[in-house]
Design a protein around this ligand. Structure first.
Ligand code: ADP
Length: 650
């Protein structure tokens, strides 16, 4: 039974009954209960005919007449007490959800003309009131319908999109103008501030003004009224009217007060957007210029709307979170696939590498075996080498011993030669001394023949002394006991002296002596005696091995050294003997040597002396075409004091 009809029954003082088209009692007021004698068991849903004495046909006909009339139609019924009373009836418009229209029956006892007049008047008043109530009821029903439609439409909009800000704006748009002149939605930010996501008003200028106010005069979070408080408490806040006494203290300054007054706020509801765990924001509905007021049912509707919006927001967030999670999982799955492929590729590479490593390992094993074999061989050759080394060591020791022995022998030989030479010279000197005495006629005059014999004795003695000197020189050189007496000298002079000394011999042999000596002095520090000995030896040999022709002596200066050459036009020396002639006791021309004398020591001693002086002695010769001996002497040696043994070797 709609509340509006019950309110209507309560408002009527005369007996009234609500009856359905089917003739069933829907409700009645207390006055009707009293008149019909109805007790507690008489409730709705009972046929109206049961409460009167008329026949069912009479009752049916009466109710059918009422059902066709929308304005009160008179009739009569007989009560169960036997009293005949008047009854007026008409149809009421159907409430939403009701299957059929209801009929309102007014019962009226038979009365006098005066009382009927009064009753008629009362009836007119009642009917006037009834009409008003009915209008109100109808308006209430329409309002209820509108709310239901709005809620249904809002729910559809809220569920239509996952973008909750857009849907909230759409809900705000739906609310205006039927349920609000203003509608605003504020969402709670993580930092506790409010973000205004929607403002709706039929005038766009006023929408701009609302945003401007929100920016210039942001809601005070600590205020006991408004969105902050509603979000804090989770309870709806509403006012049927907003008197100026409320507005004035709420204004921050005169300008704010002016704007608030200009808005002409009349009534408001602020409802929390409630989520499962927390309040998400608030929706504000305001009546202003339309001067309407919010009632209890509006508050209930606003609460319902805010709850649905809260759930929609949460659902949207959950869906977004699920979408994001799904995307993330899809991305991770893709990454995993890529990683799996990479891993497979790596695993294939690793398998390849493992195969290669196995092959390398096999090769290494083979090489190891070879190395082991080589090691064994090396061990064997090592021991062979050790043996060989030991043998070499013992050979070296033997050689060392032999060398030491040879050195000792050489020393002994040199000593022997030195002693022998000395011992030989003493008697020869005596021979030569006595020869000179005889030649000086100390023992009486000598005849020609004696003189010739004496000359031969002297000549043999001189030759013998020369041989002994050469042996002694060689022995000293080999023993390393040869004295060098350096002194400043002019080699030009040395050459001239040597030439002068040999010239008689050259002439005696019918040969010529030619000299080619560099101009100016060639100053050196050297052992002049040794140098002269070498030059005389070379020129002696030249005379000895030359039958016809000339002997040449030259001296030149060349690159920091002095170069003597002694050339002849004699028999020459075959190639194969060119080096051997510098060995001791080597003679190439045996026959000539026998005739001319000599022991094969001259060149050997000369070369060793030349080297002791810092120079050298070489030969260039061709058999039958003569020989050229070249003696070099360094000229760069420092000049030292005369007599000082600069190159002395002891
Ligand atoms: P020897 O006292 O026997 O001459 P040398 O050592 O002076 O000893 O000379 C060695 C040999 O070199 C000589 O026996 C001779 O055969 C050869 N020889 C030296 N000088 C000449 C030369 N000018 N012409 C040819 N042969 C030479």
């Amino acid at each position: 039974m709609p509340e509006a009809y019950l309110a209507l029954l309560r408002a009527l003082s005369e007996p009234h009954v609500l009856v359905t088209r089917a003739g069933l009692v829907a409700a009645m007021n207390p006055a009707a209960k009293r008149m019909l004698g109805a007790d507690a068991d008489i409730g709705s849903g009972r046929p109206f005919g049961d409460l009167v004495q008329d026949t069912p046909t009479q009752t049916h006909r009466l109710l059918a007449a009422f059902a066709r009339s929308s304005s009160p139609l008179p009739g009569a019924v007989t009560l169960r007490t036997g009293e005949r009373i008047r009854v007026y009836g008409c149809v009421l418009s159907a409430a939403p959800g009701e299957p059929a229209e209801l009929m309102l029956l007014r019962l009226q006892p038979q009365q006098s003309a005066a009382s009927r007049f009064i009753a008629l008047n009362r009836t007119i008043e009642d009917l006037t009131r009834e009409a008003r109530v009915r209008l109100q009821a109808e308006e209430t029903v329409r309002a209820s319908e509108r709310r239901a439609r709005f809620l249904a439409e809002s729910t559809r909009v809220l569920l239509s999109s996952l973008d909750h800000q857009t849907t909230l704006r759409n809900v705000a748009r739906l609310a205006v103008p039927d349920f609000a002149d203003w509608c605003a939605v504020d969402m709670l930010e993580p930092d506790g501030s409010l973000q205004r996501v929607a403002v709706q008003h039929s005038d766009p200028d006023k929408v701009r003004l609302a945003y401007e106010i929100a920016e210039r005069y942001p809601a005070d979070p600590s205020s006991p009224h408004g969105a902050h408080e509603v979000i804090r408490t989770g309870r709806v806040e509403s006012a049927a009217a907003i008197p100026d006494e409320v507005i004035t203290p709420a204004a921050r300054d005169d300008e704010h007060l002016r704007i608030l007054r200009e808005l002409a706020l009349h009534s408001y509801i602020v409802a929390p957007l409630v989520g499962r765990e927390a309040t998400l924001g608030a929706i504000t509905l305001v009546y202003a210029e339309s001067c309407r007021s919010y009632g209890d049912e509006d508050v209930v509707m606003a609460e319902d709307l805010a709850r649905r919006a809260g759930m929609a927001i949460e659902n949207a967030r959950l869906v977004a979170a699920v979408e994001e999670a799904r995307d993330r999982i899809a991305r991770q799955a893709t990454e995993l696939e890529v990683q799996t492929e990479e891993l497979q590729a790596q695993s294939a590479t690793l398998e390849d590498q493992a195969g290669q490593m196995e092959e390398q390992a096999a090769e290494l094993e083979q090489q190891l075996e070879i190395v082991q074999l080589l090691n064994e061989e090396l061990g064997q050759s090592n021991s062979a080498m050790a043996t060989a080394r030991a043998e070499a060591e013992s050979a070296r020791a033997q050689a060392e011993t032999a060398r030491a022995e040879a050195e000792r022998a050489s020393e002994a030989k040199s000593t022997f030669l030195a002693v022998m030479s000395h011992e030989l010279r003493t008697p020869i000197n005596a021979i030569m001394g006595y020869t000179d005495l005889l030649d000086a006629h100390v023992a009486g005059p000598l005849n020609e023949k004696q003189h010739a014999h004496l000359e031969r004795v002297r000549s043999s003695s001189v030759h013998l002394v020369g041989l002994i000197d050469q042996v002694l020189s060689l022995a000293r050189i080999e023993a390393g006991h040869y004295d060098i007496h350096n002194e400043p000298a002019d080699l030009v002079q040395v050459a001239r002296d040597a030439a002068a000394m040999i010239e008689p011999l050259v002439n005696r042999q019918g040969l010529r002596l030619q000299t080619d000596i560099v101009g100016g002095p060639v100053s050196v520090v050297t052992d002049v005696g040794k140098l002269t000995q070498i030059l005389l030896n070379l020129m002696n040999n030249a005379v000895k091995f030359t039958k016809v022709g000339a002997i040449d002596l030259s001296l030149a200066r060349e690159d920091g050294r002095a170069v003597f050459t002694v050339s002849d036009t004699g028999i020459g020396i075959p190639d194969e003997h060119l080096e051997a002639i510098f060995e001791p006791f080597v003679q190439v021309h045996q026959q000539m040597n026998r005739r001319a004398g000599g022991a094969g020591l001259g060149l050997s001693v000369s070369r060793q002396l030349a080297r002791l002086l810092g120079g050298d002695l070489t030969v260039d010769s061709e058999a039958g075409r003569g020989s050229t001996f070249t003696l070099t002497v360094p000229t760069t040696a420092a000049v030292t004091a005369p007599g000082e043994g600069a190159g002395r070797r002891d």
